[in-house]
Design a protein. Structure first.
Length: 184
């Protein structure tokens, strides 16, 4: 166990339908590295993960989006799943919460379909990134340079494609989150 993220607070923004391993595996890796994590949601009490097409476990919400502030966190994790980012990108408070991390130059890690929320937050234009392949056209239309790689870091944003990439995603996110504020 390393302590690279000692004293770092990481927000994990999810709605029902997030890909469970894309939340739990990074969450555990960040905590093992010494971070404190909080599940933030547009739901007030609990959120439900999914294992691809099947409903999975429930998780308690630590902070509702109505009470969440990026000023309280050092970094942001956005898990994927299809239903999760589709709900988040249509919620003004969730989009503003995500945007506020970029405005403050704080690091963000997003995997799979989570990049839909980044498009809505106007955070992808001019960046090189990766995602689930079906988002390629959406991301390119939003001004991003999409590449098919396991993990990509571009100026404070770490992206990955799918659950198979989680080990590389976690390592790169921990490396980035251990740094101080990134350049805007």
């Amino acid at each position: 166990m390393t302590q690279e993220l000692n004293n770092k607070k990481i927000a994990i923004l999810v709605a029902d339908g997030f890909e469970q391993v894309e939340m739990t595996k990074p969450k555990h890796a960040f905590e093992d590295a010494g971070a404190q994590t909080h599940i933030i949601s547009i739901n007030n009490d609990r959120v439900q993960g999914w294992n691809h097409f099947d409903k999975a476990d429930f998780f308690s919400v630590d902070v509702s989006i109505d009470k969440a502030s990026s000023a309280d966190y050092d970094a942001l994790l956005l898990p994927g799943g299809v239903a999760n980012p589709d709900q988040l990108r249509t919620n003004d408070k969730a989009v503003q919460f995500v945007k506020s991390f970029f405005d403050a130059g704080k690091p963000v890690a997003a995997i799979c379909h989570a990049l839909w929320t980044l498009i809505e937050a106007k955070a992808v234009s001019g960046r090189t990134l990766t995602s689930w392949s079906s988002l390629k056209t959406d991301l390119e239309n939003a001004g991003a340079n999409w590449v098919d790689r396991e993990v990509v870091e571009d100026n404070g944003l770490v992206t990955s494609r799918n659950p198979d990439d989680i080990p590389a995603f976690n390592a790169k996110a921990i490396e980035l989150f251990a740094k101080e504020l990134v350049t805007k």
